[in-house]
Design a protein around this ligand. Structure first.
Ligand SMILES: [Zn+2]
Length: 418
């Protein structure tokens, strides 16, 4: 393992603390882009900071996206790499009036948050704390989320950009920076201008544990079952009525209980998961999501679902059903695997930052996943954020600094290997 020979600065935490106090919560009920105008407050600040460090084209566009370019300083022909993070925070937890605190030189043990002492980051629930002994951990006061998801990524990218601009002897190709709004409500790439960005490959800096790179997401389908029962007057129903709500309930009752559900699976296991039910006597609708890492796994689960429905319907011979499967998103691995250098270079960058790289998968979808299928292959690199979308959210200064180093090394490795 090559230890980092570069004289890195310690400015990423200062940047981070400037960003988290700006409320950027997104709103799924809003139809505008960005969904909340306040996200542009942070966007404008980020664009200004990028211009101040010498990135002249940095700007916030009308949709709330920030674009910037660090020009190449190498003679070589090098793929254009983009680093991407999102500016919004989750609608699940308040992001207004964030008051960060720093637990310096963490000695182990539970961290009680000062403004609400019922909020405790317990080692038992957050085993990653065990790797943070001696580090400086940033938390909230316990009344809001922190927003390390994904303001840690914003700070890390800008800090790395600053370092590259300050050290022109470090060779790199054209580096693009992209900050998106509304990732948390699944709209982070809705209005992205990939033509303007004109990058070959991208990395989101939005992962959890230091050293991790994620090049896989779930593949996802939605399933809708519409059941047509047989309605009669309840006083004269004997032998005639077939109740659509009861059919729907029977289908749910037969779903696997000890496997194949979110609450019984982890790692690379997928699931069938009911997310909605509505109906009356005559007609009921049942919606589920289907998740797996492979196409075969999805099909297997959908076949199981249909088999359950058929078995239930045997008891209701005059009723009928319609099962509709709609693709939602696909595992980005199939796109990323066509360019193995994307992950190889990132693994080497993580090593040069002094960490052991760990390749892992995401039990969900990401904007990187959508970007990958839009033609911009985009795995996810750690930002150091933990317990996101909650008041217990935390990130350490040391992990953010490792992410900065990873980004700088990654820019250099693409040049070196071109
Ligand atoms: Zn995020």
């Amino acid at each position: 393992m090559v230890a980092s020979p570069l004289a890195f600065t310690h400015t990423v935490t200062e940047r981070f603390l400037r960003y988290v106090v700006i409320d950027t919560q997104s709103d799924p009920a809003s139809a505008t882009c960005p969904s909340t105008a306040k996200q542009k407050d942070l966007g404008a600040l980020l664009a200004r900071e990028l211009r101040e460090i010498g990135i002249v084209d940095a700007h916030l566009d009308a949709h709330g996206y920030v674009y910037a370019t660090i020009p190449s300083n190498s003679e070589k022909k090098i793929p254009v790499i983009c680093f991407c993070s999102h500016m919004d925070t989750s609608p699940d937890c308040s992001g207004a009036g964030v008051k960060p605190q720093i637990v310096r030189n963490y000695r182990g043990g539970d961290i009680v948050l000062p403004a609400d002492r019922t909020q405790i980051i317990r080692v038992a629930d957050h085993p990653a704390l065990a790797d943070q002994i001696g580090n400086d951990i940033v938390t909230t006061d316990g009344t809001t989320l922190l927003g390390a998801d994904n303001k840690a990524g914003l700070a890390e990218i800008i800090d790395a950009a600053h370092f590259l601009v300050q050290n022109p002897q470090l060779k790199h190709g054209t580096i693009k920076i992209l900050f998106t709004p509304d990732e948390e409500i699944g709209r982070g790439v809705d209005k992205v201008d990939l033509g303007k960005l004109s990058a070959d490959f991208a990395y989101t800096i939005d992962g959890e544990t230091a050293g991790h790179i994620e090049d896989e997401t779930f593949s996802a389908d939605g399933a809708t079952i519409t059941i047509e029962g047989v309605s009669t007057h309840p006083g004269f129903a004997k032998g005639k009525m077939e109740h659509a709500i009861k059919i729907a309930a029977a289908i749910i009752e037969r779903l696997p209980k000890t496997t194949c559900s979110p609450e019984t699976t982890e790692a690379r296991q997928g699931f069938l998961h009911p997310i909605g039910i509505s109906g009356e006597l005559e007609q009921a609708t049942l919606s589920l999501i289907v998740r797996d890492f492979t196409e075969a796994g999805l099909q297997e689960k959908e076949a199981l679902l249909e088999q359950i429905i058929r078995e239930v319907m045997k008891g209701f011979p005059r009723s009928s059903y319609r099962l509709e499967i709609k693709p939602q998103y696909r595992n980005m691995k199939e796109v990323i695997d066509r360019h193995p250098e994307i992950v190889d270079n990132a693994m080497e960058a993580i090593r040069r930052a002094g960490l052991e790289p760990v390749r892992s998968s995401i039990r969900g979808g990401t904007d990187g996943c959508r970007l990958s299928f839009m033609g911009l292959p985009c795995p996810n690199i750690f930002a150091g954020e933990h317990a996101f979308h909650s008041r217990l959210e935390w990130v350490s200064r040391q992990d953010m600094e490792k992410a900065v180093q990873t980004i700088v090394h990654l820019a250099m490795i693409w040049e070196e290997r071109a």
